[in-house]
Design a protein around this ligand. Structure first.
Ligand SMILES: [Fe+2]
Ligand SMILES: [Fe+2]
Length: 240
């Protein structure tokens, strides 16, 4: 697999061997090749931080996650590298581009920063249900995606899901009850005023949180425009 220049640089920085590249591609390719992921690789459709596409951001997170998880495994930690990388591949599969949108949310806790992890897990289950067959793995994946923004909190879902103003609410009726219950349980842990302040219960999810912060703060959020956009949702750099 040949990636773009920036991704190749990252693979080099994290010392990916030929074997690592092959193992990594074997994990991510079924998701990467899906049409919904392909759409998110187009920066004109899905700009994420600054001008970087959402898809490229996700792959960067997955690379850093793979590297950290592997190192921990080599040191004897009980960690599922495959699950960690899958959490990274799912973590930002939210519904709509979030910058410069006309979408109005009635409540502040329903804005993109708080709700996109919930949209991501609903989309991930809708497009890739086969990753959720095993209960223990499903729990790790759901919890990791939902709490990936930690220490930033996540919207606690209500029993009907309807108060959250999610952009993919139409997919909720098709969720399996088992998955719905895991989402509710995970997103309401340490709930205070409709948001949950908790990091993931599992090491795999915590690594993705760390990788996400590292990738976002280090490389992608270098313009003032991109930083302001995180709070306001408006990126004047992109408008130009
Ligand atoms: Fe995110
Ligand atoms: Fe992210």
């Amino acid at each position: 697999m040949k990636y773009d220049k920036e991704t190749e640089k990252l693979l080099k920085k994290y010392h990916f061997t030929t074997q690592d590249r092959e193992d990594f591609w074997n994990i991510i390719s079924p998701i990467y090749n899906h049409q919904e992921f392909q759409k998110r690789l187009d920066p004109s459709l899905y700009p994420h931080h600054g001008k970087k596409s959402l898809g490229d951001h996700i792959v960067s997170d997955a690379i850093v996650t793979y590297s950290i998880a592997n190192k921990k495994k080599q040191k004897g930690k009980d960690i599922d590298v495959f699950v960690a990388v899958i959490i990274a591949m799912f973590h930002d599969l939210y519904e709509l581009p979030w910058q410069n949108t006309k979408i109005v949310k009635n409540h502040i806790v329903n804005k993109h920063g708080f709700t996109h992890p919930l949209e991501a897990i609903i989309n991930a289950y809708t497009w890739f249900p086969e990753y959720f067959n095993d209960d223990a793995k499903a729990m790790k994946i759901v919890d990791g995606v939902i709490h990936h923004m930690w220490p930033f909190p996540v919207r606690a879902i209500d029993k009907t899901f309807t108060e959250t103003e999610l952009n993919n609410l139409d997919k909720v009726p098709n969720l399996d009850d088992r998955i719905k219950n895991i989402i509710i349980k995970s997103s309401t842990r340490k709930e205070l005023k409709h948001i949950s302040f908790s990091r993931s219960l599992f090491l795999e999810g915590r690594i993705v949180s760390y990788a996400d912060t590292k990738v976002s703060i280090g490389k992608e959020l270098k313009s003032a425009y991109a930083l302001i956009a995180i709070i306001t949702g408006i990126n004047f750099g992109l408008k130009k």
